[in-house]
Design a protein. Structure first.
Lengths: 254, 403
């Protein structure tokens, strides 16, 4: 089992983006253009948008992995500009590309990051066991990451995000290319995290996943936030939500 | 936080160890490739290098005087000596002696006629020997110079003092005493056990291919970093506040260990396997421990270059292409593939700015020239500076990637 709820809604684990802009060197249009968003503490917040909309850039800026040109970003009341290290400590990340060491086993991958977080050998072992059990990959503990299926790899990706029980989880398309079983497991696990008061920022293409998991969402296109609010405000049915999404993004592939 | 109590660094070093252990084939290539080169080149170059060793009989001649006496001295000594005299124009050209292209050098300072005066003090010229020149040849060259200088001195006196028999006689006697033709004779640093020959094929090949092998880690190391950039592990590590410097530093201890092991294995091959197959054995001399600093410095420089390539390359293909090209170009101009002695001077000058050439020179200082251990310290310093600068740039580049 993952730790009992250590972080609750009482803690202000909200995420705030205010007027955030970013233009990549050599690009003629901004990747993010004065984008403003607020993710309330303890909410599951869907970040929807077509490829290149700026979702990953926004996540990377939040974590201080990409430098913003302007704007204000904070998480849990900590400003990115004043203490990026403390901000990062609040967050667990499941990046779009899983970020695994291919020749290391599942357990070794988790141990590297647990030890790198400063956990003792015993604490790391316990934390690793907990995360593997939560994502159901404990049976593959000694299998190399490059021998895992896409679904198991994403489960390991999510396990790595859960290490250290961060109060904010950031997930960048964690179900892309996974089998139905893994998808279900990941979504159930995230719901469980949400119930414990963990703030979720969930970037995805999948409308039905966002509908199932999230209570709020933002639709981003061409670096602008086209919509931000409660799910039901975007559409009371799946079809309505989809139509709204296409209208705002012009993305027929979603 | 001190580097080795940094949990990120410790965890990453452990991770590197596991990753390396899981790739025995990649590791084996780092050892087999240079070992084969050493065996092949030591045996293939044996005849060529032996011939070269007996061929080099050149004495560098720097005449800063240009008077009748200095010109005449060269003519007379050239006519008598079995050595070949090569006129050079600058003091810097005398460096060729230290690099094994000549057996001795003669430097005649300005105003030789003034110093031929019986009352003048100080040496008439400076004579330097390479350690490889044997003692009889040294004695013969010294005697030829002294004998001809005495003759020229007598001429000078006879001409200058004609008509004053009493005084001249006295001065002539004084001038013709042996101390009247003092030479400043210098040997390059030379050890009692030093070989009396130029590098043989093994002495040429072993240091050269050790250095090449060390720089060969550019390819696996840079592709490993590129792989981590591509799979998103660097992003995840950045999440736990691992700085680019820490990520790069974690690569150093194990790869440095590999380069050290490479050097040990290659030296062993030169000492035992090459002679077993009919080649000349490698002798490390009495300062073998001094190979450690140059080995570590070379390994550090190679790792630094590898990390810089890894940071700036956009893909593993780019990294291996750039790494391979850098490696081969450096090897080509540094005397790794072709001994520098047979290269044109312009190429030798280009080779002198190659880190591989610094490293090979450092090894030769110890193995071939039998110099004191400190002789390789300048090369060590240059390599350490190169490694540090490359690592600093790589770290800076990775930071800049954040936009």
């Amino acid at each position: 089992m993952i730790h009992p709820a250590k972080y609750t809604r009482a803690m202000n684990n909200s995420l705030i983006f205010k007027e955030v802009s970013k233009t990549w060197r050599g690009a003629s249009t901004p990747a993010l253009d004065r984008l403003t968003l607020e993710v309330p503490a303890g909410s599951a917040f869907g970040l929807l948008g077509p490829n290149g909309a700026g979702k990953s850039t926004l996540i990377n800026i939040l974590l201080g992995l990409v430098r913003k040109d302007s704007g204000v970003v904070s998480a849990g009341g900590i400003s990115l500009d004043s203490d990026p290290m403390a901000l990062r400590r609040l967050c667990g990340l499941a990046p779009q590309t899983p970020g695994l060491y291919p020749t290391l086993t599942v357990r070794e991958n988790l141990e590297v990051f647990a030890r790198a977080r400063g956990m003792t050998h015993a604490a790391a072992r316990d934390a690793v066991d907990e995360c593997m059990t939560a994502t159901g990959i404990h049976t593959r503990a000694d299998q190399r990451a490059d021998q895992l299926s896409g679904g198991l790899r994403q489960r390991l990706n999510v396990s790595l995000a859960l290490l250290g029980n961060p109060p904010i989880l950031i997930l960048d398309e964690p179900t892309s290319g996974v089998d139905l079983q893994s998808r279900r497991l990941i979504l159930d696990l995230l719901k469980e995290q949400k119930q414990r008061g963990v703030t979720l920022l969930y970037a995805s293409h999948e409308l039905d996943e966002v509908e199932e998991l999230c209570d709020r969402l933002a639709i981003i296109a061409e670096g602008h936030c086209r919509f931000s609010g409660e799910i039901h405000e975007a559409g009371s049915t799946h079809a309505e939500l989809a139509r709204h999404y296409f209208e705002l993004t012009g993305d027929l592939a979603a | 936080m001190r580097p080795f109590t940094n949990p990120v660094l410790q965890a990453l070093i452990r991770k590197e160890w596991i990753v390396l252990r899981r790739d025995p084939f990649g590791l084996a290539v780092l050892f087999l490739m240079p070992a084969l080169f050493i065996l092949v080149m030591s045996l293939a170059l044996q005849d060529v290098m032996d011939r070269r060793r007996t061929d080099i009989r050149e004495v560098l001649w720097l005449d800063q005087d240009g008077s009748y006496f200095s010109v005449e001295l060269l003519q007379r000594v050239s006519a008598q000596s079995p050595l070949q005299f090569r006129r050079v124009q600058n003091v810097a050209d005398l460096d060729r002696l230290g690099r094994g292209y000549a057996v001795a050098s003669v430097q005649i300072p300005p105003n030789l006629p003034v110093r031929l005066d019986p009352d003048a003090v100080g040496p008439l010229l400076t004579l330097a020997f390479d350690p490889v020149l044997d003692t009889p040849s040294r004695a013969r060259l010294t005697a030829e110079l002294q004998g001809n200088l005495l003759g020229l001195k007598a001429e000078y006196l006879a001409e200058d003092l004609l008509g004053l028999p009493q005084a001249e006689a006295e001065m002539m006697r004084k001038a013709l005493r042996p101390e009247g033709v003092a030479l400043d004779i210098r040997g390059l640093p030379h050890h009692a056990d030093a070989p009396t020959t130029l590098p043989d094929a093994t002495q040429q090949s072993v240091p050269a291919w050790i250095v090449f092998a060390m720089f060969f880690v550019i390819m696996p190391l840079s592709t490993s970093v590129i792989g981590e950039r591509g799979t998103g592990t660097l992003q995840r590590l950045a999440m736990i506040n691992a700085t680019p410097s820490t990520l790069l530093l974690a690569k150093v201890p194990l790869y440095l260990g590999i380069t050290l092991l490479q050097a040990l294995v290659m030296l062993g091959i030169g000492m035992w396997l090459v002679p077993a197959l009919g080649g000349a054995p490698l002798h490390l001399g009495s300062h073998a421990w001094a190979l450690l600093p140059i080995t570590l410095a070379t390994g550090f420089a190679a790792i630094g270059v590898a990390l810089l390539i890894a940071a700036i390359a956009g893909s593993a293909v780019q990294a291996t292409t750039i790494g391979g090209a850098v490696n081969l170009l450096m090897a080509a101009v540094s005397g790794i593939m072709v001994p520098r002695a047979v290269m044109p001077e312009s190429l030798q000058l280009i080779g002198a700015v190659s880190p591989m050439a610094w490293a090979v020179d450092g090894y030769w200082d110890i193995i071939l020239r039998q110099s004191p251990p400190s002789a390789s310290f300048p090369e060590c310093a240059a390599l350490l500076i190169l490694g540090s600068v490359c690592m600093g740039l790589a770290s800076r580049w990775l930071k800049m990637e954040n936009g």
